[in-house]
Design a protein around this ligand. Structure first.
Ligand code: NAD
Length: 261
């Protein structure tokens, strides 16, 4: 079993070192080892809360209170989360010039914390460390919203009368056009496309690996559970991102050192 995984890691590393246009696509599974639960695994967020849809948020104060109650409960874990070995391994590949960009469904900002420049992180679902007014679109720090909620303002509003909402995409809310375009372009031009920690079930983001494979990308999936793309993968590893990614980066480093000799 271990030999088989080592063999797969060597194949992935060889493809990555061929260079050029390698793209990483991440989901909640890359951050579980940083202490942020994913949504769909047992014990994940959807076992405890129900999603508040965008139109409910916009039309009901009760829904906005429920939304912020969930966010407030998740807030302590979120602010103390740090990048784990999987984030760091991806950042090291980027530093070696082997990763063009990271497309992420995550809203936790941990790729940026691991050292990848913000312009190289395409956030499809926004970022939960900041809030935005649904009216004037002003960005507000999450700390300010947090302070207001603690003072009893359970569904805070902007001076303009708009509602303050985490700067993330809720169910039923339109996807960010620019990010989707960038992600589509990157995927279409990807040489190796590496999926880490995603069920690949949430659309439209989940369609993105399909753009890569249609254009002949070498598809790698590192995920604990099955995904609808498993049969299309050139290499599939069902394992923990925090165990596997550092091994891939180690092997890439070894190959690069070998090439330099
Ligand atoms: P998901 O919850 O649907 O699936 C996560 C996947 O990761 C599962 O298949 C699970 O088996 C796998 N996984 C869990 N731990 C893993 C590990 N250590 N190593 C490898 N795989 C692991 O997540 P999703 O497909 O990304 O989509 C859910 C949505 O949830 C996304 O849109 C995202 O916006 C949001 N979300 C984000 C965060 C975050 O920012 N950290 C957390 C929860 C949910």
């Amino acid at each position: 079993m271990e030999n088989k995984i080592n063999e797969k890691i060597s194949i992935i590393a060889r493809e990555i070192t061929k260079g050029g246009n390698n793209v990483v696509f991440t989901g909640a599974g890359i951050s579980t080892e940083s202490g942020i639960p994913d949504f769909r695994s047992k014990g994940g967020i959807w076992d405890k809360y129900r999603p508040v849809y965008f139109d409910e948020f916009m039309s009901s104060k009760m829904a906005r209170i429920e939304y912020w109650k969930m966010k407030e409960e998740l807030y302590p874990d979120l602010i103390k989360a740090k990048p784990n070995p999987a984030h760091i391994a991806v950042a090291e590949l980027h530093e070696m010039g082997l990763i063009e960009a990271v497309i992420t469904q995550n809203i936790d900002g941990l790729h940026q914390d691991s050292g990848i420049p913000s312009e190289r992180v395409i956030e499809l679902h926004g970022n939960t460390r900041r809030a935005r007014c649904t009216g004037c679109q002003r960005i507000i720090s999450l700390d300010e919203v947090h302070r207001r909620i603690e003072q009893g303002d359970l569904a805070p509003e902007c001076e303009c009368g708009g509602y303050l909402k985490s700067d993330t995409i809720s169910f039923g809310q339109a996807m960010p056009v620019e990010e989707m375009e960038k992600a589509t372009d990157l995927s279409r031009n990807a040489y190796v496309f590496i999926v880490i920690g995603s069920t690949l079930l949430v659309h439209p983001a989940a369609a993105i690996p399909g753009y890569a494979t249609t254009n002949g990308a070498f598809l790698v999936i590192v995920n604990l559970s099955e995904t609808p793309y498993d049969d299309a993968a050139d290499v599939l590893i069902q394992g923990k991102a925090g165990d596997i990614l550092p091994e891939i980066t180690k092997e890439v480093r070894r190959l690069k050192e070998h090439q330099c000799k």
